[in-house]
Design a protein around this ligand. Structure first.
Ligand SMILES: [Zn+2]
Length: 117
């Protein structure tokens, strides 16, 4: 089995390398930018293609960040609704009541909000 190697680049020096972990640029020493396993790296002399690659990587990062923010907001809302549901659930017996309180505490802690009884 071969190790997976990803493409990494330094956009300042147009330096590239294929590694598994985050490398530093051999020319300026800064941390390289992750490009993934499949992206085609332009020749060092082609400044325009490098500029285009940089724009692509930045656009991809912005999209990913936006997606991840939306995901966290959605999960938070779902958790808040679940806590409300738990709070309005009538326990059948003391064990169930304890379970409900425990679940409420757990999810409140997860959201970083105080537990009210
Ligand atoms: Zn560099």
């Amino acid at each position: 089995m071969r190790f997976i190697r990803y493409n990494w680049a330094c956009f300042n020096c147009r330096y590239t390398t294929r590694r598994f972990d985050t490398p530093r640029c051999a020319e300026c020493g800064r941390e390289c930018t992750f490009l993934g396993p499949k992206i085609r790296v332009p020749p060092k002399s082609n400044v325009r293609q490098w500029e285009r690659l940089f724009q692509l990587v930045m656009a991809h990062r912005r999209r990913w960040q936006l997606h991840s923010e939306r995901y966290h907001v959605r999960v938070r809302h779902q958790t808040e609704r679940y806590i409300e549901k738990l709070r309005h659930t009538k326990p059948n017996n003391p064990t169930h009541a304890r379970y409900l309180r425990q679940q409420i505490r757990l999810y409140c802690k997860r959201l970083g909000i105080p537990v009210e009884n």
